[in-house]
Design a protein around this ligand. Sequence first.
Ligand code: EPU
Length: 420
Amino acid sequence: MSKFKIIGGTPLKGEISVSGNKNAALPIIAATVLTDEPCTLHNVPRILDVMSMVAILEDLGKTVVFESNTLKVSGSITHAVPSQELVRKIRASILYLGALLGRCRKGTIAPPGGCVIGKRGLDIHSDVFTGMGVKLNFSTTTYEAVLPDEQDSYLFLQEASVTATENALLLAATVSKETIIDNAACEPHVSDLANILVKMGAKIKGIGTNRLKIKGTKKLKGVTHQVVADNIEAGTFMIAALCTKGDITIKNIVKEHLITPTFYMNLMGAKPEFIDNTTVRVRYERPLKAPSRKVQVGLWPGFPTDLMSPMVVLTTQAEGNTLCHDWMFESRMFFCDKLVGMGANITICDPHRVIVNGITQLKAQHLSSPDLRAGIALVIAAMMADGESVIDNAELIDRGYENIDERLRNLGAKIERVSS
Ligand code: EPU
């Protein structure tokens, strides 16, 4: 176990490159199960969640070489029952069920683990699979799935679930009949998975929209693919620049994936400057004001739930009241207690809504994080607080942010990892 020690008060300055998108890399790694041919994935973030998905891939029998940010996967899987212990480490392991059904027409998986940010059921996954003709046997300890026959399928997702859409894509890519997914999630990471499946041989129409039409093939090909940039990491760095009154240039971004966070930052008077479609400069020029409307998470292209925790920290530095609303996750806002402990003026209205009254100077604290995104939000809070903060369980942040302490140090942050 390790922790971060952070001395606040230094503005972040300099250049930083955004990593590959965590939530694209995870389903793409699962997609390599669908072929026996070699796959080469570039721009894969070296984060703990990726390592967990790789460990499952190896357990299934694949050979994996991970050098720098390139992941080479070869060989065939030898069974369809991944280790329960590995599956329980990460919620995205549920994506192996779609991939195993695609490759072997069967799979057995333990209930997945993951960050505790609220009740996270698998109803939509179950709807997707049964809608495609899969026979499911979900018990408290195992999920068994078998696909007896291929069929044409029309799926209407009652919720536009990201990983359920991805599971449907993983299976549909191997089914020669037609699958239609209506009310599909259309986040950039879902599109990135669809794009790699097309390169592997599936025909997919409607990528980037909420209606996907898929005609697959049992024999998918090997592929070389560059994972799309992580829009959540990019948004996190934009917020960190403003909170620390810094001036940073963020490279390797996709401008159009940052439209909504940029909209709110503009409302607050921050004015991020896009140099081109892949680079943005964010500099603090004047005190921020509370946005003139509430910050509410939305399905893509709305404001991403995974950016809400850093956004709450940013609103502590904006003059006036901001209502922040995350209707997706029941526990997303629980970390606000920790910000209140640091001196923030936040009224917690209910599990989904907080009103932040800024501007407050935060003070250092000994903190621990309930989940990945709250963790990075607390790192940002600590970087602008008076004094030295300690954030326990740094590994939770390592799940989604590559080498975060060194990269922030390169921008001037006083952050140190201490192993215990
Ligand atoms: N939801 C609705 N209505 C909808 C869509 C979603 O109520 O139309 C609710 C769900 O019930 C659930 C929550 O919103 O409580 C998220 O649902 P979803 O099934 O989309 O989440 P997921 O597929 O399990 C992925 C990401 C999460 C991210 C969510 C939402 C991966 C591996 N995980 O999870 O990422 O928060 O989508 O965008 O892609 C993270 O990276 O920190 C993370 C938790």
